[in-house]
Ligand binder design. Structure first.
Ligand code: FEO
Length: 170
């Protein structure tokens, strides 16, 4: 059975993940509005993945007979200062989420909650990938500099991303 402190912390993380989804959906709309459909596609899929991250925690709580408390999702930013700024903010946000996951692991360890700790290891691995993905795009943007042509090539590349749902008991 999960301890109250763990349940509360996991419910907070569900909110963080839904906010991440909201933020990336907002970034997707921004990219679409400035004509970068590939970036918009990449961010839209990112938003779908974040929803999956939330649902994995949601299902875990329910599987443990714990109460799920959905909280208000705060309003995300709507506009950014260009492509690099947007992706830079996405990377910063992922670093924040990594910190949240690390804090959850600390709580699970403190409570000797091995089942939750085991679940959180999946998120630890996922965060390494999430940060790497954002950093990779940021590095490419650095290389591209002011070249519109190269930016459109990258946009074409990002249009190729497809959504693969995670299985909740993976
Ligand atoms: Fe669910 Fe991108 O962290």
């Amino acid at each position: 059975m999960l301890k109250e402190k763990m349940i509360e912390a996991l419910n907070k993380q569900i909110n963080e993940e839904f906010y991440s989804s909201y933020l990336y959906l907002s970034m997707s709309a921004y990219f679409d509005n400035i004509g970068l459909k590939g970036f918009a596609n990449w961010m839209r899929i990112q938003a779908m993945e974040e929803r999956d991250h939330a649902m994995k925690l949601f299902d875990y709580l329910l599987s443990q007979g714990a109460e799920v408390k959905l909280m208000e999702i705060k309003e995300p930013q709507h506009k950014w200062d260009g492509v690099k700024d947007t992706i830079g903010e996405a990377l910063k946000h992922e670093q924040h989420i990594t910190q949240c996951i690390n804090n959850l692991v600390d709580i699970a360890e403190e409570l000797k909650d091995r089942a939750t700790n085991n679940l959180l290891q999946w998120y630890i691995d996922e965060q390494v990938e999430e940060e790497e993905n954002a950093r990779e795009i940021l590095d490419k943007l650095e290389l591209i500099g002011d070249s519109k042509q190269a930016l459109f090539m990258l946009d074409k590349d990002l249009a190729q991303r497809v959504y693969t749902p995670i299985t909740t008991n993976e």
